[in-house]
Each structure stands twice: as structure tokens, then as C-alpha cells.
Design a protein around this ligand. Structure first.
Ligand code: SF4
Length: 503
């Protein structure tokens, strides 16, 4: 790979799911390995759009953004625009037909070739399009530029062997490809060595992991092996498929202390008739049975889900079934979607598409029910002590309001108060607080005493180092004892000895 003499700046814009966000870290990493530097405000020399084809209006969003970029490009000599991801994989040359000012179109299977495609487009003064139909190199072997020092994502598989009729993923990401456990564990080890204390294992269907190398129990084994990694405090995963969810995974979750008491498992519909039409091979009874068994082993597990309202042919009775299952499941939260036609999916051509206003009305009823349940479930936590991993984002604004935010072990969002004069945690540190108030989407917490109990972690140290490297003043001015400084901001933080944070 040629390293550029003059560093060009880049910006990656991500539309879509967590998988896309993770892919964007790989894109950034590949560009930086090739000599590009992240644009620090202003117009970037290279704008990469990492697209999603799953969500509604993905096309409009992409072409709207490209329309805006056309005029920016006219005013900035040498600027390049690249479009990658699922929509690029689907639309291929259509993107260049509709937006001829785009320089590079690349697919989901060849993210690593972005720097060379950009270079070729510049050299030949001609748009480059490269879409591979299958994976040549596992994306996790590409360099990464992580957005968070305390948390990282690790792909365990890509693609999916299921054929849900509403989903475009199988045709865009291909059949499931599993990474070898040794590669996954060594990537986790590298993230931990880099300061991460939380890792989320990613796959379209994580609990069918192992199908490619013939080990049905591979996912549970992987969780247990991650439990052995010194310094790794929190392990999460997304998303499992209910049909493939086996009890050995529940046992592994319950018996591995760093696997968090949290499960995100898509329901999609509570109606067995609609599940069949969606070609999802479990039924509502099986789904609820899994939840019962998870809660029997992990009583405090927070369970969340995805639900689609208004799938073609959905009747009021079918929808009532969804409401019944939601009521029974007691989800901590739910991502709810209104069904919309995704061209290229089997459901797009089904008869009995549900009228928009009917979908909207059902959707509102579902939201109302789930909001009530989320509020009730969160209310149960008032008075409980939770450990919160302090997040990076919003920190500065929160400090002005005298509070910070982070995630509890069960992944609930917690805003916590920081008493004046108290020790201030860094992003990546862990605080122990008591929940004092609950809302449907977050908890408010406060320290039990006058001081905020802060456990300084390796992740917090890594955040300090990253800040120092970028020559930034730490977001929160603190004195040598880690307390809020009332005088001038202190540049740099006291040296903290590394300590093991293994549980
Ligand atoms: S399990 Fe179904 S919804 Fe999920 S990625 Fe595979 S086909 Fe799509």
C-alpha cells in the first residue's frame, strides 16, 4: 500500500446499524494506515459514506447527502467522495449513474481496498467501482481506528444463513462466515492490552457461530473463553436469533462473571402466523421460554428486542398477539420499526401490504405499551446500587450540569450526579451509585454518601494517554488527587499505576 506524501484528510459518515459503525472503524483504520488523517472540522479531502440498506429511506438519505456533497466538491479542488456498505453492494453502478461526481463505490466485502481505489481514481481521473460478491479477507483483520478507548467491538461472524423475508442482509452480506476462535480471542486480547475493559461480540446471528466449522456449542465456549481474559470486565454480544438460542449459551452467560446480565434478542412479531410469513422458525412460546430460562439463571438480566409493526398481511389479531407477548416478556426496552418495503426482499412483493395509517396507529399503541413497561421495569431499580462504566460522549456538557453518564452492567443508561468537590471519574472509570429516579429510557443515580465512589481503571488510564497524545486538556479539570479543580485547569493527570481490573 502506498503511503501518501501529503497527508490528506478524511471523514467517514455512517448510516445504519452497529455492524456499520464497526465497519466504519475499519475504514478509518485502513485510511490512517495509508497515511490519511482524520479531518478536524472543515471540509475533508475524502468523504466516505458507509451506507445501510436495511432501514427505511436509506436511498433517499444517501442521494440527499450526495446532492449536498456535489456543491462542496465543486468548491474544493481534489476532494473525493466514496460510497461503501450495504447500499453500495446493492445499487452498484446505479450510484454512479445517479451521482456521477462520486469517485469510488465499494461493497461490503472489500472495505480494505478503499485506499487503493481512492488512489486509482485520482491517478486515472476516473471513478472506480469494485464490488466483490464474497468475502476475501475477514474485516476484523483490517486496521481499526476505535472511537472509544474503554469499549471495543469484535466481529465473530459476518453474513447470515437465514432468509427472513423482510431482510436484505443475506443477499448483501452473503452466507455466514465464522472467524476462528483463536483469532477472535487474540483480537480481544489486543483490545484489552490497548485499555479496553468492555467488548461486544458482533454477528448477524451470533449464536449460530460455529456452524461453518461444525461446532454447535462454539458460541457458549467463546463466551467462557472470553471470561478467562485478564482485565476484560464486561462482555456483551449482539444479536442472537431465538431459533438458534440453546441452553448452553444461557449457562455460559450465567456462569461467566464478565458476561453482562443483558440480552438483546429480536422478537419481530408476537404472532406465530406472521413469524411464519417472515420465515422466522421460532414461535412466540419458544421465545418466551428462552426469556424464562434466562431470568431463572440471571434474575436481573435486562432484555431488549426488535419488533416490526405492519408486516404484510398483519391483522388486528396478529398485532394483538404482539402486544400480548410484549406484555408478557417485560422488555427493558424495544427498538420498534414500521414495516416498509425493501426492494429485493421476498416480502416486498407479498400481497396485503398494510396501509400506512394502520401501521402508524398500531405502532403508536405498541410504543405506548413498551414505554409503560420500560418505566415500570426501571422503577423497580430505584434504591438499588449499580456499577456504571463512565461513557465518553456528552461528558463535557454533563459536567456543566454536575452529572455524568454511563452504562450499568445491564446496559441501562444511567445519568449520575457528581457532588461538588468530589473525585471526577474519567471516561472508562467505574462508579458505584444508587438509583434515585427512573424514566422509561434512563435512570438517575447519585452516590450514597458525600463522595462519589470511583474505581480508576486501565480504560481511564488509556483515555488519559489518548488525550495527552492529542494534546488535549482533559475534559474535566482535576487536581493531583483527582478532585475538581476550582482554579485553572490542570493539563495532564496524575500517573496512575496499572492495576488488574479482572473480576
Ligand atoms: S437472522 Fe433474519 S433478520 Fe437477522 S440478518 Fe439473518 S436474515 Fe436478516
Amino acid at each position: 500500500m502506498t503511503v501518501l506524501a501529503q497527508p490528506r484528510t478524511y471523514e467517514v459518515r455512517t448510516f445504519g446499524c452497529q455492524m456499520n459503525v464497526h465497519d466504519s472503524e475499519r475504514l478509518s483504520g485502513s485510511l490512517e494506515a495509508a497515511g490519511y488523517v482524520r479531518a478536524d472540522g472543515g471540509v475533508a479531502d475524502v468523504v466516505v459514506i458507509n451506507t445501510c440498506a436495511v432501514r427505511e429511506n436509506a436511498d433517499n438519505k444517501l442521494y440527499g447527502t450526495l446532492g449536498h456533497l456535489a456543491s462542496t466538491k465543486r468548491e474544493h479542488e481534489g476532494m473525493q467522495i466514496a460510497v461503501g456498505g450495504c447500499l453500495a453492494q446493492k445499487d452498484k453502478s446505479v450510484i454512479l449513474d445517479k451521482a456521477p461526481w462520486v469517485d469510488v463505490v465499494f461493497g461490503t466485502h472489500n472495505m480494505g481496498s478503499l485506499p487503493s481505489l481512492l488512489e486509482r481514481a485520482r491517478h486515472n481521473d476516473e471513478a472506480q467501482i469494485e464490488i466483490l460478491e464474497s468475502l476475501e479477507i475477514f474485516p476484523s483483520t483490517l486496521p481499526t481506528r476505535r472511537d472509544s478507548t474503554h469499549s471495543g467491538w469484535v466481529s465473530i461472524s459476518v453474513g447470515c444463513n437465514n432468509t427472513c423475508t423482510f431482510c436484505i442482509v443475506p443477499s448483501l452480506r452473503g452466507k455466514e462466515k465464522d472467524r476462528r476462535p483463536g483469532d477472535i480471542l487474540s483480537e480481544i486480547g489486543m483490545l484489552v492490552a490497548d485499555g479496553a475493559i468492555e467488548v461486544t461480540l458482533l454477528g448477524q446471528n451470533v449464536n449460530s457461530y460455529g456452524v461453518e466449522f461444525g461446532d454447535r456449542l462454539a458460541f457458549g465456549k467463546l463466551l467462557r473463553a472470553a471470561g478467562e481474559i485478564e482485565g476484560l470486565e464486561r462482555v456483551r454480544f449482539t444479536s442472537p436469533h431465538p431459533a438458534a438460542f440453546t441452553d448452553d449459551v444461557i449457562d455460559a452467560m450465567a456462569e461467566t462473571s464478565n458476561v453482562m446480565p443483558q440480552l438483546h434478542m429480536p422478537l419481530q412479531s408476537g404472532s406465530d402466523r406472521i413469524l411464519k410469513a417472515m420465515r422466522r422458525s421460532y414461535r412466540s412460546e419458544k421465545f418466551l421460554g428462552i426469556l424464562d430460562r434466562v431470568r431463572a439463571k440471571m434474575p436481573h438480566a435486562a432484555i431488549s428486542t426488535d419488533i416490526i409493526v405492519g408486516f404484510p398481511g398483519e391483522t388486528e389479531e396478529d398485532f394483538a398477539e404482539t402486544l400480548r407477548v410484549v406484555e408478557q416478556a417485560r422488555f427493558a426496552s424495544a427498538y420498534t420499526f414500521q414495516y416498509s418495503i425493501r426492494p429485493g426482499t421476498p416480502a416486498a412483493t407479498l400481497p396485503d401490504q398494510v396501509p400506512k395509517e394502520v401501521v402508524q396507529e398500531r405502532y403508536e399503541r405498541l410504543i405506548e405499551l413498551q414505554e409503560r413497561i420500560s418505566a415500570e421495569e426501571n422503577q423497580k431499580l430505584v434504591g438499588r446500587t449499580v456499577e456504571v462504566l463512565v461513557a465518553t460522549s456528552e461528558g463535557r456538557r454533563d459536567v456543566e450540569r454536575g452529572r455524568l453518564s454511563g452504562r450499568a452492567e445491564d446496559n441501562r443508561l444511567v445519568h449520575f450526579e457528581v457532588p461538588e468537590g468530589s473525585q471526577i471519574p474519567r471516561p472508562g472509570d467505574v462508579v458505584t451509585v444508587e438509583v434515585i429516579r427512573a424514566a422509561p429510557h434512563f435512570l438517575i443515580a447519585a452516590p450514597a454518601g458525600a463522595e462519589l465512589p470511583v474505581r480508576r481503571t486501565r480504560a481511564g488510564d488509556a483515555w488519559d494517554r489518548a488525550e495527552a497524545e492529542s494534546c488535549a486538556v482533559p475534559a474535566t479539570p482535576v487536581d493531583a488527587a483527582g478532585r475538581v479543580s476550582l482554579g485553572l485547569p490542570t493539563i495532564g493527570l496524575p500517573t496512575i499505576g496499572l492495576h488488574s481490573t479482572a473480576s
